[in-house]
Design a protein around this ligand. Structure first.
Ligand code: OAD
Length: 239
């Protein structure tokens, strides 16, 4: 059975109105990474960090999945093979677009985490600082987001999938953040066909065999339709 491994980044949610990180007016132009996306930043000023993710959560909850999210859900449902969807995004637009199995390697806005006992629970829309963990009562609840310097989630499982991938696609990601930016190299080593779908070539663009350039809503939809067309052999013509 053939396996497609798909990595998505902020670019797939851009047309849903969620800003990317590295655009000129993106999140990292408005906020310092060290302040809002590191464990040290959280230790220094938890309120600043919690408020930052409260704003992200509100924005994500008001956004709606776009045609690219929906196309990937259609692929998962109809592809005659296995589709593994890994996202760096912390919004839930893939799930709301219909995808059933999504690996959130950088965490999720709708989840809270206890750093003391690793318990996770649904985050309220507005988190406060110092909330108690419902399991161990430690007053240290934090957003369940993987910050710089922390280990992304599900790495062993993702690398196992990459080792078995027939097709690897990266959608809407700039290739600046590892380990995700290295997935293409891993998939190539495993013999996968590699394709990058992005507005422009990413910084690891030279690693991909194929490029499709344009807005995700158009290029992802087209790509999915081609895969579904290829996956289902044309019926013989009964005359
Ligand atoms: P970036 O903001 O770095 O890159 C977004 C990419 O999407 C860029 O290459 C854009 O050209 C592309 N893009 C923008 N609009 C698009 C559209 N409509 N259609 C297709 N592509 C589009 O975001 P990521 O690569 O996802 O991590 O960033 C990776 C990680 O860096 C994030 O998960 C986050 C951030 O720091 C953490 O916070 C841990």
């Amino acid at each position: 059975m053939s396996k497609i491994v798909i990595l998505t980044g902020a670019g797939i949610s851009a047309e849903s109105g969620i800003e990317t990180f590295r655009a000129e007016d993106g999140l990292w132009a408005q906020h310092r990474v060290e302040d809002v996306a590191t464990p040290e930043g959280f230790a220094r000023d938890p309120k600043l960090v919690v408020d930052f993710y409260n704003a992200r959560r509100k924005q994500a909850s008001e956004a709606v999945p776009n045609a690219a999210h929906k196309a990937l859900a259609k692929l998962e449902k109809l592809y005659d093979g296995q589709v593994i969807l890994v996202t760096q995004n912390v919004d839930d637009l893939h799930e709301r677009g219909g995808s059933k199995n999504v690996m959130h390697m950088h965490g999720a806005l709708n989840s809270a985490l206890c750093p003391a006992c690793d318990h996770r629970w649904p985050a309220p829309m507005v988190m406060a600082t110092g909330n108690a963990c419902p399991k161990c009562a430690e007053p240290a609840a934090r957003p369940d987001i993987v910050w710089f310097g922390e280990m992304p989630y599900d790495m062993d499982e993702i690398f196992d999938h990459l080792a078995e991938a027939d097709i690897f696609a990266a959608i809407g990601t700039s290739g600046n953040v590892y380990p995700a930016a290295g997935f293409v190299t891993e998939a190539r080593r495993a013999g996968a066909q590699t394709v990058e779908l992005n507005l422009e070539r990413s910084v690891v663009g030279n690693q991909f065999a194929q490029h499709r350039t344009g807005p995700a809503t158009r290029i992802v939809t087209e790509w999915v339709e081609e895969l579904l067309g290829n996956a289902v052999p044309a019926r013989p013509d009964f005359r």
